[in-house]
Design a protein around this ligand. Sequence first.
Ligand SMILES: CC(C)(COP(=O)(O)OP(=O)(O)OC[C@H]1O[C@@H](n2cnc3c(N)ncnc32)[C@H](O)[C@@H]1OP(=O)(O)O)[C@@H](O)C(=O)NCCC(=O)NCCS
Length: 185
Amino acid sequence: MVRIIEAQGALLDEAEKLIKKVFPWMDLSEQITFWAYRRRSKSFVCVLMRLCGVSSLSTIWVAVNDNGDVCGTTGFYTTPKDKTEASWLSWFCVDPKQRGLGIGKILLNFSIDKARESNKRFLRLYTSDDPNEAAAQGLYEKHGFKIIKKKKYISHTILYRELILSRRSLRQGLVFNTLYQNTYE
Ligand SMILES: CC(C)(COP(=O)(O)OP(=O)(O)OC[C@H]1O[C@@H](n2cnc3c(N)ncnc32)[C@H](O)[C@@H]1OP(=O)(O)O)[C@@H](O)C(=O)NCCC(=O)NCCS
């Protein structure tokens, strides 16, 4: 059983450690996320994040198991280009030692529900064809995230994916929310 809760204090520290372990190749704007997240109410941080292409950083969530260990993370941000219509998924990952137990699926369904609550039309994300992110592609496909753009680099390709948060899926989300609360909280 896992609970999904807002990352604060020691849980935020644990989330940062896990994310740095899972995504060691972060670019500069990704590397400053946690520094900025802890100071996100300050105006100079907002300006800095905007320079990095981020309009706002919303809550980072952690999946915590029965022992109180952080076993996965998820979060959102918005970008200046599409902030009225889309939330972007960030830092979606599960601790390598806890994979294959269904935690990724729980976290992704939770994230989709949270995105629906924000009344945006789309949930977008970027991922890559790196073998370390292969498991995520199947999960995204199954949940309806379509590839909308590809950017090729010498060593890898960045894949942009989008989920349409339609009214129909909102109703499904409400049903899922009920199941989710009964099962996992
Ligand atoms: C993607 C990730 C979050 C999945 O977490 P998880 O807890 O292992 O996932 P689950 O146990 O919920 O499994 C979800 C589905 O993925 C499938 N899956 C899990 N590992 C897989 C693998 N290595 N290859 C293919 N499919 C895999 C499962 O079979 C399951 O499918 P099902 O719905 O048919 O049962 C995890 O592998 C991870 O953190 N990867 C690295 C970080 C990453 O790539 N994040 C996304 C970057 S944008």
